[in-house]
Design a protein around this ligand. Sequence first.
Ligand code: NDP
Length: 308
Amino acid sequence: MAQIPNKVLNGTAIAAEIRQEVAMEVAALAQRGVRPGLAAVLVGHVPASEIYVRSKVKTCEELGLFSELITPPETVTTEEMLALVNDLNCREEIDGILLQLPLPSQVDTKRLLDAVLPEKDVDGFHPINAGRLQAGRPALAPCTPAGVIEILKRSGIPIAGAHAVVVGRSDIVGKPAAMLLLNENATVTLCHSRTRELAEITRQADILVAAIGRPGFITAEMVKPGATLIDVGINRITDRAELERFFGGDAKREETFARRGSTIVGDVDPHAFAVAGAYTPVPGGVGPLTIAMLMANTVKAAKLRRGL
Ligand code: NDP
């Protein structure tokens, strides 16, 4: 019997579409003499952060946004960082301020995130923006969860009335994802490490969002047949046994692993994809949306601040 193919939600293609729309908006704003600008602050030398930030700055250039990369030393103090943020808050050409996390341990991260002007908080981490999101007011929403909503909408997955189960309640992903899904009229259940009978709950999900940070945590038995799986997790695995467990028989993964000594797996066990009606792959699912939504947020911030 012929198998119905699973529907892969192509985040790379959706992100490209959003980037194109942002570029068009940037071009339209240029006609009015406005060039949205993003300041990215990268402290010290965390290799993963360096890759992310450079990629963000490069995307700004590609789409016509102004960008500035600021690189304080690893030894920077909270006071010095506060002065830097205050300066960026005051600068007219800066619409978005991005503090690449994690910051070094001597720096008070919460104090700094709270110091960013909410109107320039393009990561959507400021309590004012979290509150606006909760109150259903126009807000700068955190990029990754906003990307989750874009994937669902642009893939024609109905959200209103669906039971959306979010596993993970971080301020950056899980909590705002739950709030955005609620604002889209889903019935939302938010789960975390203290949730009892987790599998019973996830099996009720029409839309299951995994934002846990544990490789392949959501297994096939935890998924309702036909559900949409949104896998936010990015976990690097270096253990050959794990490679076998998740990707045994996948020649492409074997090849990547042999070359790099590692590969990336999400929070969903790839075997669960067979049960799903649609799913986001890792890589190439939610990941690419994060930068696209950062660009969209920077343009939104530029427009909101000017009352456009
Ligand atoms: P956090 O570590 O901040 O949060 C993890 C959440 O998962 C917590 O709420 C925790 O519960 C919950 N959790 C942990 N173990 C269990 C368990 N056994 N059962 C149920 N819930 C559990 O992670 P983030 O939200 O920052 O990130 C989640 C994942 O998403 C990571 O893999 C990260 O790399 C990835 N990520 C991807 C992005 C992208 O661009 N695609 C962007 C940001 C993150 P509790 O609160 O009770 O501790």
